[in-house]
Design a protein around this ligand. Sequence first.
Ligand code: ACO
Length: 324
Amino acid sequence: MGTVVLGTGSCLPEKVLTNLELESIVDTSAEWIKSRTGIESRHIGGKGEKTYQLATQAAQKALDSAGVAAEEIGLIVLGTISSHMLMPSSACFVQKELGAKNAFAYDINAACSGFLYGMDLADKYIKADHAMKVLVIGAETLSSRLNWQDRNTCILFGDGAGAAVLGYSPTDRGIIGSNMHSDGSLWQLLCMHAPESLNPDLVVDGNAGAYIQMEGREVFKHAVRAMADAVSGLLEREKISRESLSLVIPHQANMRILNNLIDRLHIPQSKVFINVSKYGNTSAASIPIALDEAHGSGLIAQGDTILFCSFGGGFTWGATLIKW
Ligand code: ACO
């Protein structure tokens, strides 16, 4: 073990978009959204509000809560699929904004699994270099990447950011293990094309558009099965019983996925942290926002065993266990 969370933070844009307001944007009903997904509202970035700006605010809060100065950070890893630029990375913008001058920084594109992939990476860096402190962030402004005429997708997602500072502790606490997976063969089920080439010679007819596209029912089936398998595999490998888990913080996709996952895992719902009704699916930001809320509300105590699991486009998925 040894890699512990030193502090957490999160940031949600001010504007809240309710299901009722969505009725005037796309052919849907507030009742349909709530009953099918459990989502009641989501936060949406303002005009020009960028992913790195939400990420920077969440990161600063995480640094404050950890009592760590920006200059002490050696690495910034940011999970996102909604950067405002393809180059440089949003992580580099965060590094500049924070004044984290001793950190190298890069983004991870693992969709909703971006934060857990980042934690796994941070764990390996910290185990190799005990002096290293890593800022792991998940941040999205997916409202800028949605087709607001597509009711299959635009009702599901929201914007936000969450962050955690990870460092070494010479104790028996810390990340116990992780169980990460990808399957690129199913990419079409959940994807977002890059913007059209600006070179007219390279433009392909029928470009499918630089917004999220999804086969909802297929994604649902794969998501539940994959997360449940990743969790079971990890618990078995680490010889940890379901009963000994203090809290489960899953990716907040939607209530139907969460309910099915809870059924499959045989874990009481009272042990599962859920906030999807307020924020919708914030992709890479969903786990760190939930972690920060759970931490801030006193739901996590030192020595607790916490389980995380996620699933997203790629497909990417995984589970992580930590002794807090
Ligand atoms: N409002 C009203 N009606 C709708 C809407 C909407 N927003 N969206 C779809 N419908 C209609 C469909 O057109 C369809 O109508 P039809 O039967 O006349 O054709 C009907 O509702 C059922 O549509 P389905 O897509 O089959 O609805 P389903 O019951 O499967 O539920 C849901 C949809 C909740 C999105 C489900 O497929 C799901 O959970 N998928 C996983 C998607 C997800 O969470 N993706 C996020 C990224 S991956 C991740 O984070 C894990």
